[in-house]
Design a protein around this ligand. Structure first.
Ligand SMILES: Cc1ncc(COP(=O)(O)O)c(C=O)c1O
Length: 379
């Protein structure tokens, strides 16, 4: 079981340093040692978020981080616009609706990014309190132009609340630079950790909004967590072993350099797209908005992508993802984030090409591998 190669968009491969950190004994969470770890992690997280604001760690999956971003900035009855176009774009709107917001969805075709001007026009049509969107839509492999979206939202007097669950660390976030109000993310993506930690950050404006935001919350009360963090603590018992592992993963990213780490993600994504094209397959996302961390590939006409996913897992111990909801059976997705290497990508494509052949869709394995080689050379 442990030999499975995780080429899904999370959970991702755990580097040995992270596994070692996870295997340490638990520790007391109100002592100086843990406060020092918390402080180091906060600074590392600030770097990957691109913010000087406190980043709060929560014990939940990524959805909890997104939920915290929503409930700390909005009140029931607020009208918000959510960019749909994938499973997680829909979900952030559903979270707001669950807490009583009046949510309008702006539909965007699968595989396309939202046009910021069109979003601005839509926002101008009503008194929207906030724009909700997903920076990297994992279900379609599309990245949004978050900075442009934040700009049009600001021009219309709307807050920006962002899900960057799969974007964090693998892609530049630029939280302060873009002027986002609130963002939430999770641990099991490019941060190379198991699931179980969520992160949330509020801008100064977001922290002000939190003073009057009336959506109910208790555990996800961010101002309370920010106060505790200033004292080197969390309001409730944190997932200490995951935080210790986060320290290890952030050190790995720091050693490689955040920019170099993200540049490697972009090269991996480019190599993955090149391999798909060499196999004669079509990409779901347009090149300009193709994700750096996950690539969605259309299944050949008539082939249920679930069969390919199954064959890779049962015969080769390689996990890739199929499509979700309306895209089920129609696409397959390869995650190339965190600790995934170019060798992992080569192996995944070699076996993918092989299995596509077995399923009656011939493609040249050598050409597919040569395409990866052209993009990543000896990496
Ligand atoms: C963009 C995005 N948002 C939200 C989630 C949900 O995160 P979790 O399952 O950790 O709650 C995911 C998980 O894949 C995701 O990719």
């Amino acid at each position: 079981l442990n030999d499975e190669l995780l080429m899904i968009p999370g959970p991702t491969i755990l580097p040995p340093q992270v596994r070692e950190a996870l295997s340490r004994p638990s520790m007391y969470h109100r002592g100086e040692e843990f406060a020092a770890i918390l402080d180091e992690c906060t600074r590392g997280l600030q770097k990957v978020f691109g913010t000087t604001q406190p980043v709060v760690m929560l014990s939940s999956s990524g959805t909890g981080g997104v939920e915290a971003a929503v409930v700390n900035t909005l009140s029931p009855g607020d009208r918000v616009l959510a960019i749909a176009g994938g499973k997680f774009g829909e979900r952030i709107g559903e979270i707001a609706a669950a807490y009583g917001a009046s949510v309008d969805f702006m539909e965007v075709p699968h595989g396309q990014a939202a046009n910021p001007d069109a979003v601005g026009e839509r926002l101008a049509q009503a008194d929207y309190r906030a724009l909700l969107f997903v920076l990297n839509e994992t279900s379609t492999g599309v990245k949004q132009d978050g900075h442009a979206l934040a700009k049009v939202a600001r021009a219309q007097g709307a807050l920006t609340i962002m899900d960057c669950v799969s974007g964090l660390a693998g892609m530049p976030i630029g939280f302060d630079e873009a002027g986002y109000t609130a963002a939430g993310a999770g641990s099991q993506k490019a941060l190379m950790l198991p699931p179980g930690l969520a992160f949330a950050v509020l801008s100064e404006e977001g922290q002000q909004a939190a003073q009057t935001a009336k959506m109910p919350k208790f555990y996800f009360d961010l101002p309370k967590a920010i106060k505790s963090l200033a004292k080197g603590q969390t309001p409730y018992t944190p997932a200490v072993n995951l935080v210790v592992a986060l320290q290890a993963s952030l050190r790995l990213i720091e050693a490689e350099g955040v920019e170099a780490f993200q540049a490697r993600h972009r090269r991996m994504a480019k190599a993955c797209r090149a391999a798909a094209e060499a196999a004669g397959l079509q990409l779901l996302a347009q090149e300009a908005c193709a994700s750096d961390v996950v690539t969605a590939i259309r299944s050949p006409e008539g082939l249920d992508s679930g069969l390919l996913v199954k064959a890779l897992r049962s015969k080769h111990n390689i996990l890739i993802s199929g499509g979700q909801d309306a895209l089920k059976g129609k696409i397959f997705r390869i995650g190339h984030l965190g600790a995934a290497t170019f060798d992992n990508l080569r192996e995944t494509w070699e076996k993918t090409a092989l299995e596509l052949g077995e399923l009656g869709y011939g493609c040249e394995v050598d050409e597919v591998l040569a395409a990866i080689e052209r993009e990543c050379g000896s990496e």
